[in-house]
Design a protein around this ligand. Structure first.
Ligand SMILES: [Zn+2]
Length: 47
């Protein structure tokens, strides 16, 4: 079973969950994470 809507942030090079209205705080500039150039990732959760 996987969970979709994970995105890659090109500012902090981190993954964040993009399925919410708020994208969380990016440590790179204390703004929202950026979805620019990101694919939607699906994390595979084993077990
Ligand atoms: Zn970020």
């Amino acid at each position: 079973m996987g969970q979709g809507d994970w995105c890659w942030c090109n500012k902090c090079q981190g993954l964040f969950y993009g399925g919410n209205d708020t994208r969380g705080k990016c440590p790179a500039d204390n703004n929202e994470h950026s979805r620019a150039g990101s694919y939607n990732y699906t994390l595979q959760i084993m077990g």
